[in-house]
Design a protein around this ligand. Structure first.
Ligand SMILES: NC(=O)c1ccc[n+]([C@@H]2O[C@H](COP(=O)([O-])OP(=O)(O)OC[C@H]3O[C@@H](n4cnc5c(N)ncnc54)[C@H](O)[C@@H]3O)[C@@H](O)[C@H]2O)c1
Length: 427
């Protein structure tokens, strides 16, 4: 475990790229990804995830590779590969295992392998470590060492960036924890928290996201109750939020790579030790059904105005959250399907999504522009991307027919005045 750390970051996505770029300000860093297109784009200074701007990407001292041989001899390997669920919502550790075997093929004695991918307690030591051992012939805890440091960044969040947030760090031995604490301490001004052990650090990450999922599920559940009572959940939350210890969450679709996925990792781990998780899975069910519920509400509102099959709907936003191009696990598609299934003609625009990905993921051909959009019976604000927040009353008049419906899923237009001939629906 040498003093000058040569670091390899494996997996250059939303998490790995910003991490590698910031680490490269302090250490020699090689970033490796199996996706040659991604590496080519990054070498040309283009980050399609929009996390790192062209300037810092062109200026970085890190190097990029697709060939595992390039990362041989690294002191620290940091694994930031995807951890999705399969079609049965069970953890899919294919990428973690693959990256571990790849590291095993090039690792030298004394190196540390740190996982940042979100997993359930036990994956690093009981699954990843043995994969490295098998590929390398080295002994874990003797010839090489493991660590875990969960990644906490949010896509599109320019405030809580990897160089500012508190990093939870754990190593297989106190010495490894210290080495990793020193390394991450250089990376972030937010300080490091040295967790008791690797499983504790893994557990901490997975409950951070499960807690968020459950809190949003609660707000989604009360939103559906208040809908029946003719109350807006946003009005209710605004009032309740004046209490000092009321937790502020908003209703909505829970998608993406993390919050809608990680609770299943915890649920799986619980099940394997004989505990059936109740609240964790209830939260998942409520949140996964929200898109269908929103489609039901919009269809009902349109029916009140005599509009059914054939009516034209403009859906604004397809990504899983605002101001990011990330379409993974976006539940806007549930609204689209719920409405097209009733015969509505739904057209979709997204200010940031890649049209080719929209086609590939959801078979949706995105509208290239909404500059001349007109003649719709309903506009659905599904994702509060900045350009949609800026809509004027005039824009709604242009888009909609007389007596058109403004369906505001995220409450982004709740304080916008609407022309008198238009109707509004919101959660
Ligand atoms: N996206 C987030 O904001 C976020 C936040 C916190 C934690 N996480 C966790 O971080 C991990 C990575 O997430 P992400 O959003 O960066 O994923 P991502 O899909 O954006 O990026 C992962 C990258 O890994 C590459 N990859 C896959 N298998 C590989 C392998 N065997 N070797 C090398 N590269 C490989 C892919 O090509 C891809 O470029 C996940 O466990 C996720 O749950 C993500």
């Amino acid at each position: 475990m040498a003093d000058t750390k040569k670091i390899a970051v494996i997996g250059l996505g939303y998490v790995g790229l910003p991490l590698a770029v910031h680490l490269a300000k302090h250490f020699p860093v090689i970033g490796l990804d199996i996706d040659a297109n991604r590496v080519d784009e990054l070498k040309r200074g283009h980050d399609r995830t929009r996390e790192i701007d062209r300037g810092p990407l062109c200026d970085t001292t890190m190097t990029f590779a697709t060939d595992p041989a390039a990362i041989a001899g690294s002191d620290i390997f940091i694994v930031t590969v995807p951890t999705p669920v399969d079609k049965n919502n069970l953890p899919d550790l294919t990428a973690v295992k693959g990256a571990s075997r790849m590291v095993g093929g090039v690792i030298g004695k004394g190196a540390i392998v740190v996982y940042e991918s979100t997993v359930y307690p036990g994956v690093t030591e009981d699954i990843a470590g043995p994969e490295i051992e098998a590929a390398s012939g080295l002994k874990c805890g003797v010839d090489f060492f493991l660590g875990y440091s969960p990644e906490r960044i949010n896509p599109g969040d320019r405030e809580h960036t990897v160089d500012r947030i508190t990093k939870v760090v754990a190593g297989q031995t106190p010495e490894v924890t210290q080495i990793l604490g020193d390394m991450y301490g250089k990376l972030t001004s937010g300080g490091v928290f040295l967790a008791r052990d690797i499983k504790t650090a893994e557990a901490a990450k997975v409950i951070e996201n499960a807690q968020r999922d459950i809190n949003i599920a609660f707000v989604n559940e009360v939103a559906t109750i208040f809908q029946k009572m003719g109350l807006s959940v946003y009005d209710v939350l605004e009032a309740a939020g004046t209490k000092w210890n009321f937790l502020k969450f908003s209703p909505g679709l829970v998608g993406g790579h993390c919050i809608g996925v990680d609770p299943f990792y915890l649920a799986h781990a619980a099940t394997t030790i004989g505990h059936h998780p109740e609240i964790i899975l209830a939260g998942r069910r409520i949140n996964d059904n929200m898109g269908g519920y929103v489609a039901d509400c919009i269809a009902l509102e349109l029916a009140k105005r005599g509009k059914g099959a054939g009516a034209r709907i403009l859906m604004l936003g397809l990504t899983f959250k605002e101001n990011v191009p990330d379409l993974r696990n976006s539940h806007v598609i549930d609204i689209v399907k719920g409405l097209t299934g009733r015969g509505f003609k739904v057209e979709v625009h997204d200010a940031f999504a890649d049209p080719a990905e929209a086609k590939e993921f959801f078979d949706i051909s995105l509208l290239p522009s909404i500059d001349d959009a007109t003649g719709y019976d309903c506009v659905v604000g599904a994702v509060p991307h900045e350009p949609y927040l800026a809509f004027t009353p005039q824009k709604f008049t242009e888009i909609l027919t007389d007596d058109g419906l403004v369906a505001d899923v995220k409450g982004m237009w709740r304080n916008h005045a609407l022309p008198g001939n238009l109707f509004r629906w919101q959660l």
